[in-house]
Design a protein around this ligand. Structure first.
Ligand SMILES: [Fe+2]
Ligand SMILES: [Fe+2]
Length: 266
Protein backbone atom coordinates (compact mmCIF):
# COMPACT_ATOMS: atom_id res chain seq x y z
CA UNK A 1 0.00 0.00 0.00
CA UNK A 2 1.51 3.33 -1.08
CA UNK A 3 0.59 6.54 0.68
CA UNK A 4 1.07 10.13 -0.46
CA UNK A 5 1.05 12.90 2.13
CA UNK A 6 0.94 16.50 0.88
CA UNK A 7 2.03 19.43 3.07
CA UNK A 8 -0.20 22.44 3.73
CA UNK A 9 -1.94 23.62 0.56
CA UNK A 10 -1.63 27.42 0.49
CA UNK A 11 -4.03 29.60 -1.47
CA UNK A 12 -5.23 29.30 -5.02
CA UNK A 13 -1.77 28.65 -6.46
CA UNK A 14 -1.25 25.60 -4.23
CA UNK A 15 -4.78 24.38 -4.72
CA UNK A 16 -4.72 24.59 -8.52
CA UNK A 17 -1.34 22.83 -8.63
CA UNK A 18 -2.67 19.94 -6.53
CA UNK A 19 -5.89 19.68 -8.53
CA UNK A 20 -4.03 19.67 -11.85
CA UNK A 21 -1.10 17.45 -10.94
CA UNK A 22 -2.42 14.96 -8.41
CA UNK A 23 -3.95 12.47 -10.86
CA UNK A 24 -0.58 12.07 -12.63
CA UNK A 25 1.36 11.80 -9.35
CA UNK A 26 -1.06 9.09 -8.23
CA UNK A 27 -0.55 7.08 -11.41
CA UNK A 28 3.22 7.66 -11.72
CA UNK A 29 3.91 6.57 -8.14
CA UNK A 30 1.15 3.95 -7.88
CA UNK A 31 -0.42 5.72 -4.93
CA UNK A 32 -3.28 3.96 -3.13
CA UNK A 33 -4.22 6.57 -0.55
CA UNK A 34 -3.75 10.36 -0.42
CA UNK A 35 -3.77 12.64 2.61
CA UNK A 36 -3.38 16.42 2.22
CA UNK A 37 -3.24 19.16 4.82
CA UNK A 38 -5.75 21.76 3.62
CA UNK A 39 -5.77 24.32 6.43
CA UNK A 40 -4.56 27.24 4.26
CA UNK A 41 -6.24 26.40 0.99
CA UNK A 42 -8.87 29.19 1.11
CA UNK A 43 -6.82 32.35 0.49
CA UNK A 44 -4.32 31.20 3.11
CA UNK A 45 -6.94 31.08 5.85
CA UNK A 46 -8.84 27.86 6.41
CA UNK A 47 -10.79 25.75 3.95
CA UNK A 48 -14.32 25.88 2.55
CA UNK A 49 -16.74 23.03 1.79
CA UNK A 50 -16.38 23.61 -1.97
CA UNK A 51 -12.58 23.40 -1.78
CA UNK A 52 -12.85 20.14 0.20
CA UNK A 53 -15.14 18.76 -2.50
CA UNK A 54 -12.67 19.80 -5.25
CA UNK A 55 -9.80 18.11 -3.45
CA UNK A 56 -11.75 14.90 -2.89
CA UNK A 57 -12.71 14.91 -6.57
CA UNK A 58 -9.11 15.11 -7.78
CA UNK A 59 -7.98 12.14 -5.67
CA UNK A 60 -7.45 13.26 -2.07
CA UNK A 61 -8.89 10.66 0.34
CA UNK A 62 -8.52 12.58 3.62
CA UNK A 63 -7.89 16.26 4.41
CA UNK A 64 -6.12 17.13 7.64
CA UNK A 65 -5.84 20.60 9.16
CA UNK A 66 -4.53 22.57 12.13
CA UNK A 67 -4.77 25.96 13.79
CA UNK A 68 -6.49 27.56 10.76
CA UNK A 69 -9.33 25.02 10.55
CA UNK A 70 -12.06 27.42 11.74
CA UNK A 71 -11.02 30.49 9.71
CA UNK A 72 -13.91 29.97 7.26
CA UNK A 73 -17.06 29.76 9.35
CA UNK A 74 -19.05 27.53 6.99
CA UNK A 75 -16.66 24.68 7.71
CA UNK A 76 -18.15 24.25 11.20
CA UNK A 77 -21.32 22.63 9.88
CA UNK A 78 -19.58 20.80 7.07
CA UNK A 79 -17.06 19.00 9.31
CA UNK A 80 -19.81 17.49 11.44
CA UNK A 81 -21.01 15.35 8.53
CA UNK A 82 -17.81 14.96 6.52
CA UNK A 83 -15.55 12.39 8.15
CA UNK A 84 -12.89 12.81 5.46
CA UNK A 85 -12.03 16.23 6.90
CA UNK A 86 -10.14 16.05 10.22
CA UNK A 87 -9.35 18.72 12.81
CA UNK A 88 -6.72 18.20 15.53
CA UNK A 89 -7.68 15.37 17.89
CA UNK A 90 -6.47 17.22 21.00
CA UNK A 91 -8.83 20.18 20.64
CA UNK A 92 -11.08 20.61 23.68
CA UNK A 93 -13.88 18.08 24.28
CA UNK A 94 -17.08 19.09 22.50
CA UNK A 95 -15.27 20.65 19.50
CA UNK A 96 -17.14 19.83 16.24
CA UNK A 97 -15.64 17.23 13.94
CA UNK A 98 -13.18 14.49 14.61
CA UNK A 99 -9.41 14.09 14.84
CA UNK A 100 -9.20 10.40 14.12
CA UNK A 101 -11.07 8.16 11.70
CA UNK A 102 -10.62 4.79 10.09
CA UNK A 103 -11.20 4.63 6.33
CA UNK A 104 -11.72 1.55 4.20
CA UNK A 105 -10.02 1.58 0.83
CA UNK A 106 -9.13 -1.43 -1.34
CA UNK A 107 -10.15 -3.67 1.59
CA UNK A 108 -7.54 -2.05 3.78
CA UNK A 109 -8.30 -0.22 7.04
CA UNK A 110 -6.37 3.05 7.09
CA UNK A 111 -6.36 5.07 10.31
CA UNK A 112 -5.60 8.76 9.99
CA UNK A 113 -5.01 11.03 12.95
CA UNK A 114 -4.45 14.78 13.10
CA UNK A 115 -2.87 16.24 16.25
CA UNK A 116 -1.58 19.70 17.14
CA UNK A 117 1.45 20.84 19.13
CA UNK A 118 1.34 22.91 22.30
CA UNK A 119 4.32 25.23 21.89
CA UNK A 120 3.65 28.59 20.16
CA UNK A 121 0.22 27.32 19.08
CA UNK A 122 -3.35 28.07 20.10
CA UNK A 123 -4.35 26.49 23.38
CA UNK A 124 -5.29 22.84 23.10
CA UNK A 125 -5.02 19.77 25.33
CA UNK A 126 -1.55 18.34 26.04
CA UNK A 127 -0.76 16.46 22.88
CA UNK A 128 1.72 14.03 24.44
CA UNK A 129 -0.67 12.97 27.23
CA UNK A 130 -3.61 12.63 24.85
CA UNK A 131 -1.73 10.67 22.20
CA UNK A 132 -0.10 8.30 24.67
CA UNK A 133 -3.55 7.28 25.89
CA UNK A 134 -5.16 7.13 22.44
CA UNK A 135 -2.37 5.21 20.75
CA UNK A 136 -2.75 2.36 23.26
CA UNK A 137 -6.27 1.85 21.83
CA UNK A 138 -5.17 1.71 18.17
CA UNK A 139 -3.00 -1.32 17.51
CA UNK A 140 -1.53 -1.89 14.06
CA UNK A 141 -2.93 -5.03 12.39
CA UNK A 142 -5.60 -5.33 15.12
CA UNK A 143 -7.66 -2.15 14.86
CA UNK A 144 -6.16 -0.71 11.70
CA UNK A 145 -3.89 -2.02 8.94
CA UNK A 146 -2.01 1.29 8.74
CA UNK A 147 -1.95 4.43 10.86
CA UNK A 148 -0.80 7.81 9.52
CA UNK A 149 -0.43 10.82 11.77
CA UNK A 150 -0.21 14.51 10.83
CA UNK A 151 1.42 16.40 13.71
CA UNK A 152 0.68 20.07 13.14
CA UNK A 153 3.27 21.88 15.23
CA UNK A 154 5.73 24.75 15.23
CA UNK A 155 8.77 23.22 16.90
CA UNK A 156 11.09 20.76 15.21
CA UNK A 157 11.97 19.31 18.65
CA UNK A 158 8.32 18.73 19.55
CA UNK A 159 7.74 16.94 16.25
CA UNK A 160 10.84 14.77 16.55
CA UNK A 161 9.96 13.82 20.14
CA UNK A 162 6.51 12.76 18.92
CA UNK A 163 8.04 10.70 16.12
CA UNK A 164 10.15 8.75 18.60
CA UNK A 165 7.28 8.36 21.08
CA UNK A 166 5.15 6.77 18.35
CA UNK A 167 7.94 4.77 16.71
CA UNK A 168 6.73 1.23 16.05
CA UNK A 169 3.10 2.23 16.68
CA UNK A 170 2.29 4.14 13.48
CA UNK A 171 3.09 3.79 9.80
CA UNK A 172 3.94 7.47 9.47
CA UNK A 173 4.39 10.49 11.70
CA UNK A 174 4.83 13.64 9.64
CA UNK A 175 4.93 17.27 10.68
CA UNK A 176 3.02 20.13 9.09
CA UNK A 177 2.49 23.87 9.80
CA UNK A 178 5.92 25.44 9.14
CA UNK A 179 5.37 25.28 5.35
CA UNK A 180 9.06 24.43 4.94
CA UNK A 181 10.11 20.90 3.96
CA UNK A 182 12.85 19.27 5.99
CA UNK A 183 15.37 16.81 4.56
CA UNK A 184 15.23 14.34 7.45
CA UNK A 185 12.73 11.88 5.98
CA UNK A 186 13.66 8.45 7.27
CA UNK A 187 12.48 5.27 8.92
CA UNK A 188 12.95 5.35 12.69
CA UNK A 189 14.41 2.45 14.75
CA UNK A 190 11.15 0.54 15.19
CA UNK A 191 9.79 1.01 11.67
CA UNK A 192 7.78 4.25 11.63
CA UNK A 193 8.37 6.59 8.69
CA UNK A 194 9.07 10.14 9.82
CA UNK A 195 9.73 13.61 8.50
CA UNK A 196 9.84 16.74 10.67
CA UNK A 197 7.85 18.80 8.14
CA UNK A 198 6.28 17.95 4.80
CA UNK A 199 6.55 21.54 3.52
CA UNK A 200 3.76 23.22 1.60
CA UNK A 201 2.02 23.11 -1.72
CA UNK A 202 2.24 26.74 -2.79
CA UNK A 203 4.49 29.48 -4.14
CA UNK A 204 7.85 29.34 -2.34
CA UNK A 205 8.88 32.79 -3.63
CA UNK A 206 7.14 34.11 -0.52
CA UNK A 207 7.25 33.98 3.27
CA UNK A 208 5.67 30.62 4.12
CA UNK A 209 3.32 30.99 1.16
CA UNK A 210 2.27 34.60 1.74
CA UNK A 211 3.39 37.59 -0.36
CA UNK A 212 6.82 38.57 0.87
CA UNK A 213 6.51 42.40 0.87
CA UNK A 214 3.87 42.63 3.60
CA UNK A 215 5.36 39.71 5.48
CA UNK A 216 8.70 41.56 5.72
CA UNK A 217 7.00 44.76 6.91
CA UNK A 218 5.39 42.86 9.78
CA UNK A 219 8.81 42.08 11.19
CA UNK A 220 9.51 45.83 11.34
CA UNK A 221 6.25 46.04 13.29
CA UNK A 222 4.86 48.38 10.64
CA UNK A 223 1.17 48.57 9.88
CA UNK A 224 0.45 46.44 6.84
CA UNK A 225 -2.47 45.04 4.92
CA UNK A 226 -3.67 41.53 5.66
CA UNK A 227 -1.25 38.91 4.38
CA UNK A 228 -2.33 37.33 1.11
CA UNK A 229 -0.98 34.20 -0.58
CA UNK A 230 1.75 34.46 -3.20
CA UNK A 231 0.19 33.41 -6.48
CA UNK A 232 2.91 32.81 -9.02
CA UNK A 233 4.77 29.53 -9.43
CA UNK A 234 3.59 26.78 -7.08
CA UNK A 235 5.54 23.74 -5.95
CA UNK A 236 3.92 20.57 -4.66
CA UNK A 237 5.73 19.22 -1.60
CA UNK A 238 5.06 16.00 0.24
CA UNK A 239 6.25 12.49 0.92
CA UNK A 240 5.47 9.04 -0.30
CA UNK A 241 5.46 6.11 2.11
CA UNK A 242 5.42 2.47 1.13
CA UNK A 243 3.59 0.51 3.81
CA UNK A 244 4.45 -3.05 4.83
CA UNK A 245 1.25 -5.08 4.58
CA UNK A 246 2.47 -7.64 7.14
CA UNK A 247 3.37 -5.24 9.93
CA UNK A 248 1.55 -1.99 9.14
CA UNK A 249 4.90 -0.20 9.49
CA UNK A 250 6.90 1.53 6.74
CA UNK A 251 9.15 -0.08 4.15
CA UNK A 252 10.27 3.10 2.45
CA UNK A 253 9.81 6.86 2.53
CA UNK A 254 10.86 9.42 -0.04
CA UNK A 255 10.03 13.05 -0.72
CA UNK A 256 8.19 14.48 -3.67
CA UNK A 257 8.86 18.04 -4.76
CA UNK A 258 7.47 18.97 -8.12
CA UNK A 259 6.92 22.12 -10.17
CA UNK A 260 7.94 25.63 -9.25
CA UNK A 261 11.34 26.91 -8.27
CA UNK A 262 12.17 24.58 -5.41
CA UNK A 263 13.91 21.36 -6.39
CA UNK A 264 16.05 18.72 -4.78
CA UNK A 265 19.39 18.48 -6.56
CA UNK A 266 20.84 15.05 -7.15
FE1 LIG B 1 -0.37 25.81 7.45
FE1 LIG C 1 -0.84 25.83 10.81
Amino acid sequence: MNFLFLGDIVGRAGRIAVIEKLPKIISDHKIDFVIANGENSAGGYGITPSICDELFKCGVDVITSGNHIWDQKEILNYIINEKRLLRPFNFEDGTPGSGFEIYNKKNVKVGVMNIMGNIHMKKCNNVFEIIEKKISEIKLKTHVDFLLIDFHAELTSEKQAMGHLLDGKATLVVGTHTHTPTLDYRILDKGTAFQTDAGMCGDYNSVIGMKKENAILRFFKKKTDRLVPAMEVPTISGIIVEGNNDTGLAKNIYPILTGGNLKYKS
